[in-house]
Design a binder for this molecule. Sequence first.
Ligand code: ATP
Ligand code: MG
Length: 356
Amino acid sequence: MERFEIAVIPGDGIGTEVMPEALRVLEAAGSRYGVEFAFRDFDWSCERYKRTGRMMPEDGIEQLRGHDAILLGAVGYPGVPDHVSLWGLLIPIRREFDQYVNLRPVRLLPGLTPPVRDASPGDIDFWVVRENSEGEYSMLGGRQGEGTPGEMVMQASVFTRRGTDRILRYAFEFARRNRRSLVTSATKSNGIYHSMPYWDERFHAIAEEYPDLSTEQEHIDILTAKFVLRPRHFDVVVGSNLFGDILSDLGPGVTGTIGVAPSANIDPEHRHPSMFEPVHGSAPDIAGRGVANPIGQIWSAAMMLDHLGAAEAGAGVLAAVESVLASADAPLTPDLGGTARTADLGGAVAAAVAAG
Ligand code: ATP
Ligand code: MG
């Protein structure tokens, strides 16, 4: 039996409420599909920061190293600035483990009401691949002449050959592996003078290695409009750190599901653990009431199974989510229009996995 060691970081707020549901679904998937898990719990959070002054211990990264994957809930707490939770936990993990791919599915699940017209489950089903390590989010630049009439700010972007090629290649490999035929590149080479023409150039170069796949490039402005107007068109969409960031929230938004969407921070070369987390935050407004929707966390766990090579188990979990949401008596949480509790929905998915 395959055995995976998973670092579990529930974090803050509803992170601590949805995580137990994901673990319960993973246990069910383990029994059903012959996979064993060793979960190790870490209390790293803003709550810990308030007690100790650190989100995670000094040797936190070392403690995570050696795990097969990291399952994260959500971090964030009213009064603790976002940069503390970001720079104290999420960014060091992404950087140290070179998780250069951020992957998000855009998929219309049953039972959700999309803001786009006439869409049924199955209609909208594509993936956003975001570059997660360089690009527009750089520290290069600064202010000049502050307080003078010449006051100015510069912000540089960094696109390395290695960083650009590896994310583009990942998108093509991902498309091939998942039997998708179209790879769309987000660009803005009609407005951004240096970096985006380079991005286009590398996109065309890498595309030549994949003659079996169709390609297109779209400027980010019209691409965002097409996400809303023609979401059925897409298979795999690849973008730089900034464009990918925008598209990876817009995508789930188009399905009406930002609260149930998952995301993965991946090191595709499997040198380090990858990290799986729901898109949503700690939701302080509903925390502590046991009514958070656990689907984002459960779906993140399904992506983790895929990444670990337990594809059958991953597909089983996603199928269970879809069958529960499609059933007439689904225990829906309040965000989906029901009155069920977090544990009711999580329990129903776990039962469907076991029966699947
Ligand atoms: P962050 O800053 O951590 O990215 P945020 O504060 O922008 O997050 P969330 O914490 O995700 O956003 O909350 C946004 C809204 O969505 C809140 O009203 C919250 O209650 C709701 N929400 C988020 N996740 C869930 C969930 N799993 N179930 C139900 N409602 C949710
Ligand atoms: Mg927040």
